[in-house]
Design a protein around this ligand. Sequence first.
Ligand code: 5RP
Length: 219
Amino acid sequence: MTTGDISKKRAAEAAIAEVTDGMLVGLGTGSTAAFAISGLGRRIADERLTITAAGTSLATETAARAAGIPFLAFDDLATVDLCIDGADEIDPRFRAIKGGGGAMLREKIVASAATRMICIVDASKPVETLARPLPIEVLPFARAYVMGAIRALDGEPVVRPAPSDQGNLLMDCDFGPIADPAGLARALDAVPGLLGHGLFLSEIDALYIGDETGVERRE
Ligand code: 5RP
């Protein structure tokens, strides 16, 4: 296992330790969340826990079922006790960019439905200012219109070759360093046909950062 993987696993296992019997757990998407899925599967088997999971992508659902985790259909999801998910960047105020895996629309629904959300990352993810290209999900019919709206906000959109789990377009939008994440989120939320974006500004309650030596917990 690489040091990056060891760091991700440490953060994931610290978050999984917070799962208690009877919980409905929201499971994120990506390589860090994958360690949480396998860790939760092990805890369920070893401790005979009664846990149900809700997933943030089809890949997560497949992995969770393979790990023996009982799964709730996405359209039956209303509330979640604990959400555990990764991030692509996260700043000191727990504002994050997510969606590297293209799952930010479902991820935001699960995070918003959650009583508590723990973000699990390795030490490469914390930043002072969010700056990486921001993933968005776009109704295919609205492609040209939304690309124009992103350019009007001084962003440069690039369409990904593969669609989202919902069959929509995914774009990465380079805005450079994002000085006003809340203002940008408001502007994006107002664009018709733009179904979701990867700015998570108020969902995250705790941040677990794994590294080669251990886990730093920030609340
Ligand atoms: C997927 C996500 C992931 O949480 C994010 O991309 C981090 O992935 P990884 O843990 O593989 O670095 O938002 O849409």
